[in-house]
Ligand binder design. Structure first.
Ligand SMILES: [Fe+2]
Length: 135
């Protein structure tokens, strides 16, 4: 799978959030590069562990900002974050049960990587637009 590219239109304008998103992209790209080299299985556990810890902080930062700014779509946004955490747990369980397999690597690409890119590009972006209007 090709690397995901950071584009300026993904920027929310909130430096803290943008830096966290860029870090997520960077780590996903490390993982995708490992996949290209046939080392995806080796990197799976590390990548999932990183994402589990990192999104905990990152999602909370986003949600705090949404509460502070009285964002009307806060509940729906928070629900998406919860769904993502469930996805990660699902993949980790699969990893524990089956070990690292090509199927797990593909599952990560489908429900973790694609989810994050879509979420940042649409849902986080919508919040950023709202925030800009409040300023
Ligand atoms: Fe978000």
């Amino acid at each position: 799978m090709a690397a995901i590219e950071w584009r300026s239109d993904l920027e929310t304008g909130i430096a803290k959030i943008d830096n966290q998103h860029k870090e997520i992209f960077r780590r996903i790209n490390d993982f995708l590069a490992a996949c290209e080299q046939g080392k995806g299985k080796d990197e799976l556990e590390k990548t999932l562990a990183f994402l589990t810890d990192y999104v905990q902080i990152h999602f909370k930062d986003e949600e705090d900002l949404q509460i502070q700014s009285k964002y009307p779509d806060y509940e729906a946004h928070r629900k998406q974050h919860q769904d993502f955490r469930k996805n990660i747990i699902e993949v980790q369980n699969k990893l524990k049960a089956e070990g690292a397999s090509l199927a797990t690597v593909l599952l990560v690409n489908r429900i973790v990587v694609n989810w994050l890119v879509a979420h940042i590009g649409r849902v986080d972006k919508a919040f950023a637009e709202y925030l800009k209007k409040q300023a």
